[in-house]
Design a protein around this ligand. Structure first.
Ligand code: NDP
Length: 324
């Protein structure tokens, strides 16, 4: 094999470029693991689709999501992280302690890594109707905790009947004047306790058997046309914000059959660590967390993943020295 065709061998591969990936990169680079990050299809991750981030500690005036991600990238690069635009399309993960993991980038180049930190995140599901897509970022949001504050005292709506929708509806009800909640069936999927919270909150107007016909507004949301899917009756309401809470999909398709996942595809990690079921493979951020899903919690687990990777490499190296 000629020199240029040799597969690259690295100490630490980071897959994904959200707050978890960048924080892992900062720590791994400072520990001299010379991390290489592949950004994925959406460099910067979910935060690049939000406008203002007001709840990340250390930004008293808030910061817009894209700027924050650029700054995180610069911080990771300052310590020597190599950030590459590219999508990991396939992995062959080793089951052995000290084994080499392989990742294929953009279906063509293979990289070999002693450790892999997975921070591929999760993608919020949207309804997919044209008016919703048009107004994403103009009043349509998939994160009440991120964006609810901007609708203080206003009338908003939320779609979904699971725990997330129920939790976010009660969160919004504390901030907003009125929350109309659209549930497509005649019952909610949320736990009984969460349902009770919704039904006992006075300013939540709960509509069963109700779906969105169209989100109204040109540049920004100014209303909603709802349709009762039993009677086909339509009704328009004035709102300034629409929250979609119909679930997330963790970005774990390439790990199926190799890493342990729960029934919805979230990676399973050993409690209080970021260790997956395979040695040298760690998971951080939303890809392993369906409950908190915050930038700051993702960053926290990114830090943990880098520390776990560093410790793992130290153990492997000391075992190699003993057997040498
Ligand atoms: P879920 O998949 O549990 O619920 C999704 C909801 O969205 C369902 O009510 C579903 O309706 C509805 N929905 C899906 N597609 C559409 C559509 N196209 N139009 C209208 N409605 C739609 O997702 P969640 O994000 O709520 O929860 C994910 C997991 O995280 C769950 O296991 C949940 O328990 C957990 N969680 C726990 C929390 C807690 O314990 N505090 C907080 C948040 C989440 P339908 O029922 O008709 O399919």
């Amino acid at each position: 094999m000629s020199e240029e065709n040799k597969t690259e061998r690295i100490k630490c591969l980071i897959i994904g470029s959200g707050p978890a990936g960048y924080t892992a990169a900062i720590y791994a680079a400072r520990a001299d693991l010379k991390p290489i990050m592949y950004t994925g299809m959406e460099p910067g991750g979910q935060l690049t689709t939000t406008t203002e981030v007001d709840n990340f500690p250390g930004y008293p005036e808030g910061i817009d999501g894209p700027t924050m991600m650029v700054q995180l990238q610069q911080q990771a690069e300052r310590f020597g992280t190599e950030v590459r635009i590219g999508m990991v399309t396939e992995v062959q993960l080793s089951k052995e302690v000290g084994g080499i993991h392989k990742a294929c980038v953009d279906n063509k180049t293979w990289v070999e890594a002693e450790t892999v930190i997975i921070s591929t995140g999760a993608t919020a599901k949207y309804l997919g109707i044209p008016s919703e897509q048009k107004l994403r970022g103009g009043g349509v949001s998939a994160c009440a905790v991120c964006d609810g504050f901007f609708y203080k005292g206003q009338d908003v709506a939320i779609v979904g009947g699971g725990d997330t929708a129920a939790e976010e509806a009660t969160y919004l009800a504390n901030i907003c004047n009125k929350v109309t909640m659209l549930v497509r069936k005649d019952e909610m999927r949320a736990s009984k306790a969460m349902q009770h919270r919704v039904t006992s909150t006075k300013n939540i107007d709960l509509r069963y058997n109700t779906e969105i016909d169209e989100v109204l507004g040109e540049q920004v949301v100014d209303g909603l046309r709802m349709v009762n899917n039993q009677t086909q009756e339509k009704e328009e309401i004035a709102i300034t914000g629409l929250f979609i809470a119909i679930g997330h999909k963790p970005n774990t398709d390439i790990f199926k059959g190799q890493l342990e996942m729960d029934e919805t595809g979230y990676l399973i990690t050993e409690p209080k660590t970021t260790k997956t079921n395979l040695p040298g493979v760690f998971a951080s951020g939303d890809v392993q967390d369906k409950d908190y899903r915050q930038a700051v919690t993702a960053a926290g687990t990114g830090c943990m993943a880098a520390l776990d990777a560093e410790r793992y490499l130290a153990t492997v190296e000391s075992e190699e020295e003993v057997t040498a």
